[in-house]
Design a protein around this ligand. Structure first.
Ligand SMILES: Cc1cc2nc3c(=O)[nH]c(=O)nc-3n(C[C@H](O)[C@H](O)[C@H](O)COP(=O)(O)OP(=O)(O)OC[C@H]3O[C@@H](n4cnc5c(N)ncnc54)[C@H](O)[C@@H]3O)c2cc1C
Ligand SMILES: NC(=O)c1ccc[n+]([C@@H]2O[C@H](COP(=O)([O-])OP(=O)(O)OC[C@H]3O[C@@H](n4cnc5c(N)ncnc54)[C@H](O)[C@@H]3O)[C@@H](O)[C@H]2O)c1
Ligand code: SF4
Ligand code: FES
Length: 809
């Protein structure tokens, strides 16, 4: 049956094109729609490829519109089909494989291709761009086989690719042409801070280098630069920019410059043919970020649906680098000239930088590093070209009086127009968010994300979404911000803990029943959390619910990607004996341990043990479990200290061993690491530990809240003590206070930030009675712990269920 609706053909199944189609559907546009896409996948979120590479998302996670979506909306989809030409006379779109489609209207949204430097060797095996799922898969594969990678280009893409490859364990060097990274978004100060931070995270840099050749036989083996120097690399990512994909337009006789030339209604030079996205050139500009593409799509969708619309007049762009622990933001102009008035603040200790540029007192640009809390406000102010006032200054430079900020921010949200796009990555307007809140009674950003898509990509819009939530909910906002440890309950962690205590609840099942969980059985998020809270509240009577724990904790060993396990025996303070070493060697040989690895916490990790051998290895080692799998005290790292080191003023090895013996086996909200140093030279790196201890002439200094992981944080100095007993008491009080107030899975680095260092000091240092009470409570909890390996060896049923069954779930 043929329909008499107009036929709309989309060429390019990417974010810009499909985003426009989504808007046309929302506006009720009566079209028969056909989509052609070169890639074999339905529309996915290209932005999130950085997270796929980094390992925090899978390809399935980033699909935006699955095949059912096309079916449900009556859209004919041809994936893996490249269009070659539009025949304007016959009004046909023609694909490479001979498929044709009649059209009344066509949208070209063919995006860009990676720019590959035209240098000798650039077609060798092992050289890729970073643009699509197949590039990402090539990178993941390469990381398994090769050690050294080079990323050419220190722009947004190159830096995200480099960090992803570092996370995959590669030795990565970013080769950059200029002296400053991200020179299209950052000034020299911010670029230098960014480079230092990325170096701390393991990325290497070769700056001011022009690559003239990629060397090697079939496969690349290195880079040669114009100064004659070379760099070894078995894998090369080119991230030196993009080239608008104009092939279809060009071969159809459409006017093309750098991109496909369009007017303010996105019309090309060929009648009824429109263009949106990265392939488009509007008023001489081709964009490379999604926010402008959605703005173009909004205008085009309205135009095609006959809805009144303003013309598209261009976009003001802002950027956010998606690397955890590196907060960078840039909007509008960023290099100061004599025409600008510059407002800037740099804090070398906190490693933050803020610069705002004014022209004739109008805000024309901003750069932030380290602290990007003002990014949403600044983005809006730059976009509006707002006039700088005392109020705005106080707001964005943080000099206003306490308490005013929140009100001002909701006021600024109030003044936004309904159609203003809040989430540039996903094209979500203020109205869509307000409607989602009012129509569905949403109270959290997560609910808004699931419904509208806002915040699901770079996360840069989260502060504004929160402000809208605050503006719509008014007084209800404070309440809603506290709620929900997961989707199964609206109760916060504090409320759950209070209810458990008040009502004397004793099992996770009871907690979920009595407190009205939406899902009877809970979920993988709340079950382990509630099990932990119960154990913390009733250390002597709570029966640990193994089934609520993560697999590694249930097995008391870490499962590896090939299905084998690792075993890490306890070595108090990182000190061992020749006898224990011999035992470890004998057991490793007997059970064919593939690798013995010295860990960052100074332990020996026996890797590659078969599941059925794990209990036998424990039995024959006859050493305590090192808890390398647990949310518990992992290790106390020590330096050699005063026993042997000529600088040592304190006996760090003995103190480390004492602390490890005392606190081992106890459950914490998250893993817990300590270090003890004999003097301020700090060889055992106290600054990145949950509790770091540094010896000095008069005693010890205690640091808390350090973390060296994915979100590095330098520990805060907490206090100085004179005696070993005082030190132990402080450690006990800090640990117990964290156990009692920490959210499950919250590391101390986040806990300290949330609770406030001064608050923790007040509770523990200023209040001797409370300090002693906390220390007593942890001592009591410690009397209840048992070694899990020994316990399992004596429990035949659990042992055979866990280690003889074939499946681990
Ligand atoms: C790793 C990575 C991270 C990024 N991160 C961000 C970010 O954080 N923030 C941000 O704003 N932007 C980011 N971007 C840029 C953003 O993804 C792009 O701006 C956006 O995806 C462009 O959308 P588009 O639809 O114009 O083009 P594309 O997404 O490239 O879509 C075009 C589609 O058309 C197909 N096609 C091309 N020619 C034809 C043809 N002849 N026939 C049929 N199909 C064809 C292509 O195969 C492609 O699937 C990132 C890009 C990458 C690669
Ligand atoms: N977080 C984000 O917003 C994000 C992330 C990834 C990609 N993107 C977008 O994807 C697109 C591609 O990103 P990109 O970083 O490749 O583009 P880009 O143009 O922003 O950066 C390319 C960088 O490569 C450098 N360069 C150029 N030639 C070089 C050479 N011969 N040797 C060494 N360095 C050289 C340039 O100086 C520039 O800094 C851009 O549009 C970008 O905005 C955005
Ligand atoms: S921290 Fe001080 S005492 Fe410990 S090993 Fe280093 S120099 Fe020696
Ligand atoms: S702006 Fe990137 S997720 Fe919203």
């Amino acid at each position: 049956m043929t329909s008499n609706r107009e036929k709309l053909v989309l060429i390019g199944n990417g974010m810009a094109g499909v985003g426009t189609i989504e808007q046309i559907l929302k506006l009720g546009g009566a079209y028969d729609i056909t989509v052609f896409g070169s890639e074999p996948h339905p529309n996915y979120n290209r932005i999130m490829l950085s997270y796929v590479l980094e390992g925090s998302k899978t390809v399935d996670d980033i699909i935006l519109n699955d095949r059912n979506w096309y079916k449900d909306n009556g859209i004919t989809l041809h994936t893996g089909t490249t269009v070659t030409r539009i025949d304007g006379d016959k009004r046909q779109v023609i694909a490479e494989n001979g498929l044709t489609a009649h059209y009344d209207k066509v949208i070209i949204a063919t995006g860009s291709n990676s720019f590959i430097l035209p240098i000798p060797g650039s077609t060798k095996e092992g050289v890729v761009g970073f643009r699509d799922i197949s590039d990402c898969e090539a990178m993941l594969e390469a990381a398994k086989q090769y050690g050294k990678a080079a990323v050419i280009g220190g722009g947004l893409l190159g830096l995200e690719a480099a960090k992803g490859l570092v996370n995959l364990g590669m030795d990565v060097t970013v080769v950059h042409l200029m002296e400053d990274l991200m020179e299209r978004q950052l000034d020299h100060t911010a670029a230098s801070m960014l480079k230092a931070e990325l170096e701390r995270q393991g990325v290497k840099f070769a700056m001011g280098k022009q690559t003239v050749e990629l060397t090697g036989d079939e496969r690349v083996s290195g880079l040669r630069f114009n100064d004659g120097t070379e760099l070894e690399a078995q894998f090369v990512v080119m991230a030196v920019g993009i080239k608008p994909n104009v092939a279809v337009a060009k071969d159809s006789g459409i006017e093309v410059n750098r991109g496909i030339v369009v007017n303010d209604y996105l019309q090309t030079s060929l009648a009824d043919v429109y263009s949106v996205g990265e392939c488009t050139e509007h008023r001489g500009v081709c964009y490379g970020l999604v926010a402008p593409l959605f703005e173009q799509g909004t205008v085009l969708a309205k135009y095609l649906c006959g809805v009144e619309t303003k013309p598209y007049e261009g976009s003001v762009v802002s950027t956010k680098l998606k690397i955890s622990g590196v907060d960078v933001f840039s909007a509008g102009e960023f290099i100061d000239t004599p025409e600008h008035t510059v407002i800037s603040a740099k804090d070398d200790w906190k490693r933050t930088y803020k610069k705002i540029l004014l022209k004739d007192n109008l805000i024309v640009g901003a750069v932030l590093f380290g602290d990007v809390t003002e990014s949403a406000s600044l983005q809006k102010l730059v976009k509006q070209g707002a006039e700088m006032t005392d109020d705005i200054y106080a707001d964005v430079m943080g000099t206003g009086c306490c308490g005013g900020g929140g009100a001002k921010k909701t006021a600024s949200v109030e003044s936004m127009s309904d159609e203003e796009i809040v989430c540039g990555c996903n094209g979500v307007t203020k109205k869509a968010i307000v409607d989602a809140i009012t129509e569905n009674g949403f109270t959290t950003v997560d609910e808004i994300k699931a419904c509208t898509g806002a915040t699901r990509s770079c996360g840069g819009c989260k502060p504004v979404v929160e402000q809208i939530l605050q503006y719509v909910l008014g007084d209800g906002f404070e309440q809603s911000m506290k709620t929900g440890i997961c989707g199964c309950t609206t109760l916060s962690r504090d409320e759950i803990v209070a209810e458990i205590r008040a009502k004397g609840l004793t099992t996770t099942k009871e907690v979920m029943n009595v407190l009205g969980w939406k899902q009877e059985e809970g979920c993988s998020k709340c079950r382990p959390a509630v099990n932990y809270y119960l154990g913390m509240i009733y250390p002597d009577t709570h029966k640990d619910e193994k089934e609520s724990r993560f697999v590694n904790e249930r097995m008391s060993a870490n499962i590896q990607k090939d299905g084998t396990f690792t075993v890490v025996p306890r070595m108090y303070g990182g000190v061992t004996t020749p006898e224990d070493l011999k035992k470890i060697a004998d057991v490793s040989i007997k059970y064919d341990v593939k690798v013995v690895k010295v860990t960052g916490g100074q332990r020996l990790d026996l890797i590659g043990i078969k599941k059925e051998d794990v209990p036998k290895v424990w039995e024959e080692l006859d050493m305590p479990s090192g808890y390398a799998y647990a949310k518990s005290l992992r290790t106390v790292k020590t330096c050699v200290g005063s026993q042997f080191c000529r600088f040592g003023t304190q006996d760090s090895m003995s103190m480390g061993a004492l602390l490890e013996r005392k606190y081992e086996r106890l459950d914490f909200p998250a893993k817990f690491k300590m270090a003890v140093n004999g003097c301020p030279r700090n060889c055992a790196e106290s600054c990145t530990k949950d509790i770091g201890i540094v010896g000095n002439d008069g005693g010890w200094e205690v640091f808390i809240g350090g973390n060296g992981g994915i979100k590095p944080r330098i520990a805060d100095s907490f206090c100085k003590v004179k005696t070993d007993d005082e030190l132990v008491e402080i450690c006990s009080a800090v640990m117990q206070y964290y156990r009692e107030t920490g959210n499950y899975l919250e590391r101390t680095s986040e806990w300290v930030e949330r609770m406030g260092l001064e608050h923790i000091k007040t509770v523990i240092l200023d209040n001797e009675e409370e300090r002693k009470a906390l220390a007593q409570r942890i001592d009591f909890a410690l009397t209840q712990v048992q070694d899990p390996w020994k316990k399992m060896l004596n429990d035949g049923a659990t042992r055979s269920a866990l280690f003889e069954a074939t499946e681990i779930r």
